[in-house]
Design a protein around this ligand. Structure first.
Ligand code: ZN
Length: 119
């Protein structure tokens, strides 16, 4: 199946296509096709892996087959480094002294109130 030259392709055909730059690294996926009416140009709007959208001029597109292949390397905006706070271990289940009923932490060996050995 060969595509005729000069064929008009509905923009929906590109939606969700992977965008690969000249270095072969994945830029993201096609989100939309932007039309600049004043400059009569078309941009590819790409949702990048970094989470932001970038626009790629149609001139920078090498070919479109199953993926969008670009002629140039795309410098992705730096991914915001999400520093995940270490998850604190869950607190031990509360327990209570079997002698006096005082709530004590599960790791306690003796009741702080009556001194009963808990384990
Ligand atoms: Zn106690």
């Amino acid at each position: 199946m060969t595509e005729k030259k000069g064929e008009f392709v509905p923009s929906q055909k590109y939606m969700g296509m992977q965008v690969i730059d000249s270095k072969g690294s994945s830029v993201g996926s096609v989100k939309d096709v932007g039309v600049n009416v004043v400059e009569r140009k078309i941009n590819l709007i790409v949702a990048t892996r970094a989470g932001s959208d970038i626009q790629i001029p149609w001139d920078d597109i090498q070919s479109v087959v199953d993926v969008v292949l670009l002629r140039k390397e795309i410098e992705l905006p730096k991914m915001p480094t999400v520093t995940q706070a270490p998850v604190p271990p869950p607190p031990p289940p509360p327990t209570s002294c079997r002698n006096c009923g005082t709530p004590v932490i599960a790791t306690a060996r003796f009741c702080p109130k009556c001194g009963t050995k808990l384990k």
